[in-house]
Design a protein around this ligand. Structure first.
Ligand code: DAH
Length: 348
């Protein structure tokens, strides 16, 4: 009897010591699973102990029954703790691995990537305006009629609202923005005046695709609203922008009247051809290149953005990014910019 007592007692102790030792050395899910089978499996050590109890007398069962139940509870608890800790450790390790993954590591013979020419041009535009104190702003491509038209002073019967130009959604009032001028409204409404921001993004128009048109393309839109802003400020800013962008200090600008409902007066700005003095294929022998639209922000737009036009005024400008890229880099078809021809893209 005493022997048997010792036997079971000893077995419980041994079970605990062994389990503790083995749990401490487990460092993977596979090892943990092996341990589970050894100790808690259907013919594992715990089952063996439970079976041994069946041999005991009723009296002994009363003594060792609770001890064994406690053993079962505690050991399973220890096992579960280990399982949770291991999970956490493995997760941490995974995070560490990702942090230490070196994306710049060089593998011999690997193809080199390069920046897309449009991205390059976008960064050039951003850099120029950041150097003039502008912030970068962004806005959604999925827009409401309000931001795309109404707030920009484009009346209900304006042809720009036509379903031939705009991609409308089935949901009434929702559309794909047709111009990045929408960002003016978001920004002015949110931040008020003074504000100077430059933004770039995709716009969408239902147009037939040819060498110079695509139904999705990119625009930049800049705006500066403060006190006593003049046309002179706008023209000086545009001249600086174009000289910096084409990296030619002698670029001149030419201004023509242009109608855009969200500016008054509205103008179109041409740049003197950066490539010739007497006419070439880029400027189609005219020496001038049409580049962008601009003007002084219409009081209705300011009002719509809760800016008092008696106190503040400003200018806005915008144009196509593909057009800038095509002129600067001598690309003659917009579709190259939107395609994935590696030989073309590799050049930049
Ligand atoms: N949003 C105009 C377009 O898509 C471009 C434009 C013209 C932007 C005049 C302006 C502006 O800010 O003042 O053609």
């Amino acid at each position: 009897m005493i022997n048997k007592d010792k036997n079971i007692n000893q077995k419980i102790k041994d079970f605990n010591i062994e389990l503790e030792q083995q749990l401490a050395s487990v460092s993977s899910n596979e090892q943990l699973e092996k341990l589970r089978i050894t100790f808690f499996g259907r013919s594992g050590k715990l089952t063996e102990l439970m079976d041994a109890m069946k041999e005991l007398s009723l009296e002994d069962k009363k003594i060792f029954g609770p001890a064994l139940n406690q053993l079962k509870k505690e050991s399973e608890q220890n096992y579960n703790n280990k399982k949770n800790n291991l999970e956490q450790e493995l997760r941490k390790l995974e995070v560490l691995k990702k942090q230490q993954f070196d994306v710049t590591a060089y593998k011999p013979g690997q193809l080199e990537g390069s920046q897309h020419v449009l991205t390059k041009v976008i960064e050039q535009i951003q850099d120029i305006f950041i150097s003039m104190g502008y912030k970068i702003a962004d806005g959604p491509e999925l827009e409401t009629e309000f931001y795309n038209f109404e707030a920009l002073n484009i009346p209900k019967d304006h042809p720009a609202r036509d379903s031939q130009d705009t991609f409308w959604f089935d949901v009434p009032g929702l559309l794909l923005r047709t111009q990045t001028s929408t960002i003016q409204v978001h920004q002015m409404k949110t931040y008020g005046a003074p504000i100077a921001a430059i933004s770039t993004g995709r716009v969408y128009r239902q147009e037939a695709t040819d060498a110079s048109h695509d139904f999705a393309f990119s625009q930049y839109e800049g705006f500066f609203v403060d006190k006593n802003i003049s046309m002179g400020n706008l023209l000086a800013t545009m001249k600086t922008f174009l000289q910096e962008f084409f990296e030619k200090k002698d670029i001149e600008i030419r201004v023509r009247p242009g109608f855009f409902p969200f500016v008054e007066p509205g103008i179109e700005i041409d740049a003197s051809c950066p490539f010739c003095k007497n006419g070439c294929s880029v400027c189609k022998k005219t020496r001038w290149i049409e580049l962008l639209g601009a003007g002084l922000v219409h009081p209705n737009v300011l009002k719509c953005c809760n800016i008092d036009p008696e106190k503040h005024n400003g200018f806005a400008f915008g144009g196509g990014i593909e057009r800038l890229a095509m002129i600067k880099y001598g690309i003659n078809d917009i579709r190259f910019l939107h395609g994935a021809n590696i030989d073309f893209l590799k050049q930049f």
